[in-house]
Design a protein around this ligand. Structure first.
Ligand SMILES: [Zn+2]
Length: 231
């Protein structure tokens, strides 16, 4: 992947992760600062947080922007359109020598900045609905969400760095990503599921072992009986 596209995907994933955060009411100051850093990177493609950014990204504004963003992400994932109202903003067109014109928006409020960024980044990264995957760890968002709390999905929606190559189409019309091609939103989720699978396999093996032993015992008994009866 080109560094340009990688940058867009990284920023999009940060934005998707922000929209799906359910722990905003229990963040420490350090976590707020880390979140601001992500938001600055999403909107301005810059890593340093300035005093002006802190002023622009007040906690109230961050909280306000998140809910509708989440609705938009869910709508896009399920195939509906997302309708987000933008406030006032300027568009800055730059004219670098030897390069194509480029533009960026300068929004007057954070909500407009984030909603505009979602549209801009999805467009620039040439993302389609099939690129919005759901994390294959069903307990991805625990402890914040119980599995049944969201009937639509329990794993986080994200964009994989690489597309899973093979998708299986079931007769029911459903699509299923084969076990080896499952996609995870993070290393953490991949690890959790790997451990869970490993334990299940161990349990399965132990059970198989027991059944084999049981069969052997029965066979042994039969052989013994035959021997005894012959006599
Ligand atoms: Zn996950």
């Amino acid at each position: 992947m080109s560094p340009y596209r990688q940058n867009l995907i990284t920023r999009l994933n940060l934005l998707l992760a922000f929209a799906q955060r359910l722990d905003l009411n229990q963040l420490s100051n350090g976590q707020w600062e880390k979140l601001r850093k992500d938001l600055v990177y999403i909107v301005y493609d810059r890593k340093k947080v300035t005093a002006a950014d802190r002023n622009f990204m007040k906690i109230g504004s961050i909280l306000e922007a998140r809910g509708p963003l989440l609705d938009a992400v869910n709508d896009l994932h399920s195939g509906g359109a997302a309708d987000l109202h933008l406030g006032q903003q300027d568009v800055i067109i730059s004219a670098p020598e030897g390069k194509p014109f480029s533009y960026s928006y300068l929004p007057a409020d954070l909500t407009t900045a984030l909603w505009g960024s979602l549209a801009y980044l999805l467009d620039k990264a040439e993302i389609g609905r099939e690129d919005l995957l759901e994390c294959a760890n069903p307990t991805c968002q625990l402890p914040y969400v119980k599995e049944s709390a969201n009937p639509m999905h329990s794993g986080r929606i994200f964009i994989p760095a690489r597309r899973p190559s093979k998708v299986v189409y079931l007769e029911s019309g459903e699509t299923r990503i084969p076990q080896s091609k499952r996609a995870f939103c993070s290393q953490r989720c991949a690890r959790i599921v790997a451990v869970r699978d490993y334990r299940a396999r161990l349990r399965g093996d132990a059970q198989k072992h027991e059944t084999v032993k049981e069969k052997e015992r029965k066979r042994g008994k039969q052989r013994y009986r035959k021997k005894v009866l012959k006599k």
